[in-house]
Structures are given as structure tokens and as C-alpha cells.
Design a protein around this ligand. Structure first.
Ligand code: 3HC
Length: 302
């Protein structure tokens, strides 16, 4: 890490103000982590309700830190005050890096990023938290693709150490270094990866999840599979993991990667993730996925 830091520290842009587009699970988690580690952050969403959710989640995490004796109430208040929820682009010209964490839909990303480019400075680095879409494909409508880079975080952002920094064909070294610097400032372990569908982690995770879906289609009980993988030593089994990630996101990632490597991943005859999405069983985010989360969506599954 020290080597990575030295390698990138000189060319990275100074980072005083961060910003996040999208206050969902990922955007909210990124904003909280940035603020906790000392980089204030503007958090924009198009929905007031989502902003409230992002802010209350950060407040909940901070209360947990205070209760655990890791943070004073005074510091927690300062951290929360350094997250600015907003519905517009006010002060986005002060942002050194903006992380886009909107829905995984190419059309939406294109529209949002084109709009964003008009609201930031010419030297602002724009990062996408895409799970699997190629950076070069997302960059198509951008006027300054050299300032565009991938920063793929993992859920739950406050505790997952890894962040994939993705270099597109036109991404400048400064953009890569700045993203690495921001990752390090957030206490993460950044790795720089090449641009391809799924990058590194989801290229490994997707075949695993597809094998799980195949097992379920073959008649396996998903609870037993989860218990087996936990006994094997993994922190959670595949069904619970999909509930944490969100069925809509998970299903989309599997589709994008299967399409990207079609010769290696033929279409699944039975896809439990798609069935769940059709039945609005999105996982922890709406209280029902493979498991039910009756009162506390972040609680243990029933
Ligand atoms: N948000 C914030 N903090 C959380 C949290 C959450 N959702 N869940 C747990 N934590 C914190 C707890 O507060 C606790 O912190 P503390 O020790 O300071 O109090 C710490 O994490 C450990 O919590 P627990 O002992 O309750 O929980 P676990 O031992 O089960 O660990 C975990 C939690 C680290 C999240 C572990 O379950 C894990 O590693 N799960 C795998 C998650 C994973 O694989 N994520 C990747 C998903 S794929 C993805 O995001 C890619 C995308 O592109 C699809």
C-alpha cells in the first residue's frame, strides 16, 4: 500500500471536497465513509426520501461508533454535518472528485454524467461506482473522458476494504492517481484494474453465483447452501449475499458479465434472481429477498 501511495501521491489531485451522486445503499455508504475519514462530501439525489434514508443511515452508523466508544458525540456531529444532502448541483464546482452511484442503467448513467459534467470544474475527476459496466462504454457522452475513472466499492461500504479503480482507454494517470488517493483517504485498499465487464471481483463472483443459481434450479435448498458455505468459512452464503447486494443489482451484474463472456457463460435455464426481481423480492433493501427481514432490514435473516 505504501508503494501504491508513493506511486500515486505525486500525480494525485489534492482532495478537499468530495461529492456523491445517488444516496442509496452504495452512495450513502460512500458518503458516510468519506466524511468519517475527513473528506467532506456533497450528497445529491433526485428523491428527497432517498436523501433522508442516506442521512439517517449515516446517523445510525455514527451513533454505533459513539456507543462503541470509538467516536465522541461532538466528532460524530461534525462528521454528519460534513455530509450535505441536496437535490441540486449547488457547490458541485467545489468538488475535487465526484463519485456517481446511480442505478446500473447505461442510459441513466449517460444522462446523469452529461449533466454532471456541466456542473463541475474542468479539472474535477468523475468516478463511477459501476459494478460491471465498462468504463469506456459509460464514458461515451463525456466531453472530458480523461477525467473519468471507475471506483467500484463493495457492500457494505463502511466495512469492505477493497475498492477497484478502473482505468478506461482515455482515463488519465492523474484521474487514476486521484481515485487511488481518495480510496486510501477513505481507509480502503485500492487496486488498479483494466476495463472489462465485471473488472476483477465480479468476474470471480459471477461464476460462483451462477453455480449457486444452477444448484437451486437442480433442487438444492438455498438455506442449506448458505449454511454449508458459512461452515466452509465464508462470512455469508450466496443467498444471503444476494439479499445484501440487492436482487436487481445482482441480477444485472450477472447479466452484464454473462453477456460479456457469452462463450463461457451460456444463458441459465432457470434464473432465481430474475424470478425474485419479477416478484419484487429485492433483498434487504425492501425487507424480502431469499429471506425475510421483518423489522430490521439490516438484521439477521429469518
Ligand atoms: N454497515 C456498516 N457497518 C456494518 C454493516 C453495515 N451494513 N454490517 C456490519 N457492520 C460492521 C459492524 O458494525 C461491526 O463493526 P464493529 O466491530 O466496529 O462494531 C463489523 O462490521 C462486524 O460486524 P458483525 O460482527 O456483525 O458482522 P460480520 O462478522 O457478519 O461481518 C461483514 C460483517 C464484514 C459485512 C461480513 O458479513 C462480510 O464480509 N460479508 C460479505 C459481504 C460481501 O461479500 N460483500 C460484497 C458484495 S458484492 C458487491 O458489493 C459488488 C457489487 O458490485 C455487486
Amino acid at each position: 500500500l505504501k508503494k501504491l501511495f508513493r506511486q500515486h501521491a505525486q500525480s494525485a489531485r489534492p482532495l478537499k471536497q468530495g461529492a456523491v451522486l445517488g444516496a442509496g445503499i452504495m452512495g450513502g455508504g460512500i458518503a458516510y465513509t468519506s466524511a468519517l475519514r475527513g473528506t467532506p462530501v456533497l450528497m445529491k439525489d433526485i428523491a428527497e426520501k432517498q436523501l433522508e434514508l442516506g442521512t439517517s443511515e449515516a446517523a445510525k452508523q455514527l451513533a454505533r461508533q459513539v456507543k462503541g466508544g470509538r467516536l465522541t458525540q461532538e466528532k460524530a456531529d461534525l462528521v454528519l454535518a460534513s455530509i450535505k444532502p441536496q437535490l441540486d448541483y449547488e457547490n458541485f464546482d467545489t468538488a475535487d472528485v465526484v463519485i456517481e452511484a446511480v442505478v446500473e442503467n447505461m442510459k441513466v448513467k449517460h444522462a446523469v454524467l452529461s449533466e454532471l459534467e456541466g456542473a463541475v470544474r474542468e479539472d474535477t475527476i468523475i468516478a463511477s461506482n459501476t459494478s460491471s459496466l465498462r468504463i469506456d462504454d459509460i464514458a461515451v457522452p463525456l466531453k472530458r473522458p480523461e477525467n473519468f475513472v471507475g471506483m467500484h466499492f463493495f457492500n457494505p461500504v463502511p466495512v469492505m476494504a477493497l475498492v477497484e479503480v478502473i482505468k478506461g482507454a482515455k482515463t488519465s494517470d492523474v484521474a487514476v492517481s486521484t481515485a487511488v488517493g481518495y480510496g486510501l483517504a477513505m481507509g480502503k485498499t485500492p487496486i488498479v484494474v483494466r476495463d472489462c465487464p465485471g473488472f476483477l471481483v465480479n468476474r470471480i463472483l459471477t461464476p460462483y453465483l451462477r453455480s449457486f443459481l444452477q444448484l437451486v434450479a437442480d433442487g438444492a435448498d438455498f438455506v442449506q447452501v448458505d449454511r454449508a458455505m458459512e461452515a466452509f468459512g465464508w462470512p455469508m452464503g450466496p443467498a444471503y449475499l444476494e439479499d445484501v447486494v440487492g436482487m436487481d443489482t445482482g441480477s444485472h451484474v450477472v447479466d452484464v458479465i454473462a453477456a460479456g463472456y457469452a462463450n463461457r457463460m451460456p444463458p441459465l435455464a432457470h434464473d432465481a434472481l430474475k424470478l425474485m426481481v419479477e416478484n419484487k423480492r429485492y433483498g434487504q433493501k425492501n425487507g424480502i429477498g431469499f429471506y425475510r427481514y421483518e423489522t430490521d432490514p439490516a438484521g439477521k435473516p429469518k
